[in-house]
Design a protein around this ligand. Sequence first.
Ligand code: APR
Length: 238
Amino acid sequence: MAKYKNIVVLTGAGISAESGVATFRDNGGLWEQHRVQDVATPEAFARDPELVQRFYNARRQNVGSVEPNAAHVALANLEQASDTHVTIITQNVDDLHERAGSKNVLHMHGELCKVRCIHCNSVHHWQGDCTQQTKCPKCGAMPALRPHIVWFGEIPFYMDEIEDLLYKCDLFVSVGTSGTVYPAAGFVNAINAYGRAHTAEINLEPSEGISNFAEARHGKAGDLLPVFVEEIIRSGEP
Ligand code: APR
């Protein structure tokens, strides 16, 4: 696998769809059933924290009951296949990449299985429900805990690290994202400006940013990604 030395894979909700996690913008997606401004903004949490907690408690429960699919497993295999550096930058807040075996995962939009104290800023792994009556395990404040999720209007995590990864990468693959939410939707443009990497999109349908990718494959990630990964691994074989 010497052909590529630094691979960056950007993933979105589509990669977890076949596991049974709802996407956001497809028919029946989460944003058809809930208004973003009611559940996914700092203002929503200030206005009705119990509603926001219930929304994320339900999503945490759902994610706890599903399993990684063939697409997650393919990416874990890619990371383990050689000494090529593979990083997954995910917009997803589920932990399916980690449960499939991926180690190098940056959750730019946060993680469902973590909560954060708004008083002492400590971050805690969280399995069950979190309410306004739950005390911060570190400082004891209450109400204190919020989902460790990047809401609309907040700055995504790991942006400095991501900028560096985009600059260095020689293969950029975007999987299961509609390409509508920035900054992630703009990563491919940054990479094209550096002019060093091959770019590929794998998505059920053409994304908003389709014209910016050198290569595109359309269909289910669980079908296409294992084949794509196998090709990458083979391309580096002598
Ligand atoms: N395989 C591949 N792609 C799929 C599959 C599948 N099985 N099922 C759906 N898709 C595609 C859809 O066609 C769509 O283009 O996945 C994409 C999902 O798009 P969105 O629902 O917009 O999800 P995403 O791009 O991850 O959203 C970005 O928006 O609301 C915010 O914070 C939220 O992280 C999220 C961000």
